[in-house]
Write a protein that binds this ligand. Structure first.
Ligand code: GLC
Ligand code: CA
Length: 555
């Protein structure tokens, strides 16, 4: 297999608004991030992906960009950014920017022009349509509730917004849009950034004619109908030729609706498009009726099937990203593990083992390395995310769920679970800010925080540190192939990796009770334990596993 530094790396995602506030205004900022770079260095990550830091009116916390070449005032200045980049590079950490180019803010200069008149030179930067029978041009829904179309009084036409109405979709079929985006990318690359995480990049090519599609539970067709459109690969190859080619970068496409077949193009090892994609199949396993607002628990057999299919199918032809959490998902330990006092740390380490021993580039979301949990929101007023707030109103007002029922679902699945402040220590506001934080702090910061974990050798933090170090030391973790064991087990996730004459056996108990597995077909030798979350595992023909136990054996 072709070697590459981005295959050997671990990426850490920072959500700047909630990471560290340096000036007490309650909002995380770039100087705050700079003050925590030594923490990241100690964790051992190779790359940092920054969620958007560009100028934005913050309808969707920065995913609605007003100016791609300016820094959001709340976060600091361009000088702060240059300093951040330099301080990261000085520590050998690379920086990945979030590239949000499926849409802009409605306050971006291009859209301000575009909506002025039907003849404006920027009109075709966006997707405008005439009303049909006095209504929306089709039945597409916005990801954040309601129709994906907004009527604009000035020119009596609708514009498309797959996200909020303050996030109009760019028209990628217009070559001038592509020129403008590629210029902007080159501007950041020339500045020295090391790559891009491309926001909903699978949505950029819309199906010609914009046809109606099958409606979902809320009456609208899902925004994901626009995924993998007819020109998406052509546009990404053009982007690659005009921006990335000849530069040493890391690129990951956020690809909702991507299939394994499609991913083989997006993330092809021929390097013509992107290095890797975020796929969503495992994130959808606890959906119900096509909606994420469900309290369903993931079936372990389904999780294994999905992740194993991706492992097997991309082997040698493309490359996987590995993740259980990000700023759009609830906390992984609360969703896939067990956040009770007895099992929170054990299950957080188990999940990390299961993920980090696979083939692909692992992503750690801020606080995941501490086993941070979902948040005990008291009412809808505690939430800030427009996705959760809009969905609450839509579902309750349309009688889909009662207010109480919908609030419980939101507490389980809301993106705000991952967006409360990073828990640095047990001082006021978890050490995140001396002012009033923009969103509540999880009250469990008193026991779950970085300072406590840095002091304690058996903490989740130190376990992540070891997993990351192992990836740097053991080629088999990066390049070995993958073989699932016990596909039918509802309790154990076990797999093997092979490289040359080495083999890894990864065994994870996903339950809160003892279980066991027999391991007959293994070499006779006694293996070395690379890592384990109980610390004293015994090897034998029958492996006994304690609650949430995880062990990696090397032969
Ligand atoms: C992506 C982002 C999400 C954002 C959306 C619209 O899914 O990760 O946070 O709301 O795109 O930009
Ligand atoms: Ca601040």
């Amino acid at each position: 297999m072709k070697k590459a530094w981005w295959k050997e790396s671990v990426v850490y995602q920072i959500y700047p608004r909630s990471f560290c506030d340096s000036n007490g205004d309650g909002i995380g900022d770039l100087q705050g991030i700079i003050s925590k770079l030594d923490y990241l260095k100690e964790l051992g990550v190779d790359v940092v992906w920054l969620s958007p830091i560009y100028d934005s009116p913050n309808d969707d916390n920065g995913y609605d960009i007003r100016d791609y070449r300016a820094v959001m005032k709340e976060f600091g200045t361009m000088e702060d950014f240059d300093c951040l980049l330099e301080e990261m590079h000085r520590r050998g950490i690379r920086l990945v920017m979030d590239l949000v180019v499926n849409h802009t803010s409605d306050e971006h200069a291009w859209f301000v022009e575009s909506r002025k008149s039907r003849e404006n030179p920027y009109r075709d930067y966006y997707i405008w349509r005439e009303p049909v029978d006095g209504k929306e041009p089709n039945n597409w829904g916005s990801c954040f509730s309601g129709s994906a179309w907004e009527f604009d009084e000035a020119t009596q036409m609708y514009y498309l917004h797959l996200f909020s109405k303050k996030q109009p979709d760019l028209n990628w079929d217009n070559p001038k849009v592509r020129d403008s985006v590629f210029d902007m990318m080159n501007w950041w690359l020339d500045k020295g950034v090391d790559g891009f995480r491309m926001d909903v990049i699978s949505l950029i090519s819309k199906e010609p004619g914009l046809p109606d599609r099958e409606p979902g539970i809320n009456g609208y067709a899902s925004f994901a109908v626009s995924a993998n459109g007819p020109h998406v690969h052509e546009y990404l190859r053009e982007m690659n030729r005009r921006t990335l080619a000849g530069r040493d970068t890391i690129t990951v496409g956020e690809c909702c609706g991507v299939t394994i077949q499609e991913a083989k193009s997006y993330a092809s090892s021929d390097g013509s498009e992107l290095n890797m994609v975020f796929q969503f199949e495992h994130m959808g396993l606890d959906d119900e009726n096509g909606s994420k607002w469900s309290e369903k628990k993931v079936d372990l057999r389904e999780l294994k099937k999905v992740l194993s299919d991706w492992q097997r199918e991309l082997h040698e032809v493309a490359w996987n990203s590995l993740y259980f959490c990000n700023h759009d998902q609830p906390r992984s330990v609360s969703r896939f593990g067990n956040n009770s006092d007895a099992y929170r740390e054990l299950s957080a380490k188990m999940l990390a083992t299961c993920l980090h021993m696979m083939q692909g580039t692992p992503y750690v979301y801020q606080g995941e390395e501490l086993g941070m949990t979902n948040v005990p929101f008291a009412s809808i007023d505690d939430l800030r995310d427009l996705d959760s707030i809009n969905a609450y109103h839509e579902y309750v007002e349309n009688g889909i769920f009662s207010a109480e029922d919908m609030f419980r679902r939101i507490c389980y699945k809301s993106r705000d679970n991952a967006r409360t402040p990073m828990q640095w220590d047990d001082s006021k506001n978890a050490g995140f800010s001396t002012g009033e934080p923009w969103i509540m702090v999880n009250p469990n910061y008193v026991k779950i925080n970085a300072a406590e974990q840095l002091r304690r050798p058996d903490s989740v933090f130190h376990y992540y540190q070891k997993l990351i170090r192992l990836r740097h030391e053991q080629e088999i973790i990066v390049y070995g192939d993958y073989e699932l064991l016990l596909p039918e087990s509802e309790e154990i996730y076990a797999y093997r990796r092979h490289l040359g004459n080495e083999m890894l056996l990864v065994v994870c108990n996903f339950t809160d009770h003892d279980t066991e597995m027999s391991v007959e077909e293994l070499p006779a030798e006694t293996p070395e334990c690379l890592i384990s979350n109980y610390g004293d595992p015994a090897f034998g023909k029958v492996l006994r596993l304690r609650p949430y136990e995880a062990v990696v054996w090397k032969f």
